[in-house]
Ligand binder design. Structure first.
Ligand code: NAP
Length: 320
């Protein structure tokens, strides 16, 4: 990658990733067109890293927006870092490359910069993204994630993904891949929920010790309108401590929450489809939080997760 708008972090496979990415997942009622316009704005602002997934069902719009910016000469393909993710119904090794090819077709790209196993939970293969039984319970599949990983490695070898990684893996699941006999490529990253109320201190230490980058999602506390986000949790950006620190630096709580992650060596995602907030979230490279303020934010940790795991309570691959 060259000539990009935000700093880069080197990955363990030699590639590089911009430290700030635009999140693209939105509630179902948000018009698909909005993501297209958001990417258009974000590229002009300087974003080069875009986080998508088959599950978000907006890869076509994302691909179209990026494609137009490439066609107009604003950016080159190699200046863009585009992530997609293998959905849980495609964990069986024979389905992995086909799933990536389907994403690439929608994105209108010949490769993604990063392909992630979206979640360690495997669901029954088929057309349903969330296959349910008659009682409305998710139908799981039993797949050895090491065999899924081997298929991911083949996608990298085939040039369909520059880098490969995982998402929502705990230490044990990550270690299982890292210790896999015959491992060809380590995951470059683990994308997980991470914010001041759930700062993932232990997982971060573990990832750093293995040269795996931690990528933070829900870094702004996510969106309580999403159907899969837990209701009733305190709203992160309304936290009084975060707001006091923001005031001190003449920044917004969102900028403080994002800057906090950068200073921990974390790659951070921020979703916004609003011009003003897309710009605001990019203004995080020109100030520094003091060690004391970093510690104060660390102390906000209270194990609050916005993403509701209740639909997957009986998954055989759940976190410890
Ligand atoms: P998020 O980035 O923490 O928060 C997004 C919400 O914050 C939106 O409602 C957005 O509204 C609002 N917002 C954005 N900037 C703001 C600002 N400066 N001030 C106030 N509000 C602001 O949540 P997320 O979308 O859940 O997570 C980020 C991305 O991570 C996702 O989009 C997706 O790409 C990825 N993700 C991955 C997984 C996974 O399992 N791997 C799970 C969840 C998310 P507006 O759009 O109106 O600005």
């Amino acid at each position: 990658m060259s000539n990009i708008g935000s700093p880069l972090v080197k990955l363990n496979d030699g590639h590089a990733m911009p430290v700030l990415g635009l999140g693209t997942s939105a509630p179902a009622e948000v018009a698909k067109k909005e993501v297209e316009e958001a990417i258009n704005i974000a590229i002009d602002v300087g974003y080069r890293h875009f986080d998508s997934a088959y599950f978000y069902q907006n890869e076509e719009e994302i691909g179209r927006a990026i494609g137009k910016k490439i066609a107009s000469g604003t950016v080159k393909r190699d200046e863009i870092f585009c992530t997609s993710k293998l959905w849980s119904t495609f964990h069986r090794p024979e389905l992995v490359q086909k799933a990536l090819e389907a994403s690439l077709k929608k994105l209108q790209m010949s490769y993604v910069d990063l392909y992630l196993i979206h979640s360690p939970m495997s669901f029954k293969p088929g057309d349903e993204l969330l296959p349910m039984d008659a009682q409305g319970k998710l139908i799981y599949d039993t797949v050895d994630l090491c065999s899924t990983w081997e298929a991911m490695e083949k996608c990298k070898d085939a040039g369909l993904a520059k880098s490969i990684g995982v998402s929502n893996f705990n230490c044990r699941q990550l270690e299982m891949i890292l210790n896999k006999p015959g491992l060809k490529y380590k995951p470059v990253c683990n994308q997980v929920e991470c914010h001041p109320y759930h700062n993932q201190r232990k997982l971060l230490e573990f990832c750093k010790s293995k040269d795996v980058v931690l990528v933070a999602y829900a870094a702004l506390g996510s969106n309580t309108k999403k159907q899969w986000v837990k209701k009733g949790n305190p709203i992160l950006l309304e936290d009084p401590v975060l707001n006091a620190i923001a005031e001190k630096y003449r920044r917004t709580p969102a900028q403080i929450a994002l800057r906090y992650q950068l200073q921990r060596g974390i790659v951070v995602l921020a979703k916004s489809f609003n011009r003003k907030r897309i710009q605001e979230n990019f203004q995080i490279f020109d100030f520094q939080l003091t060690p004391e303020d970093m510690k104060t934010i660390d102390d906000l940790n209270r194990n609050i997760q916005y993403f509701d795991g209740s639909t997957s309570e009986d998954s055989p691959d759940l976190d410890d």
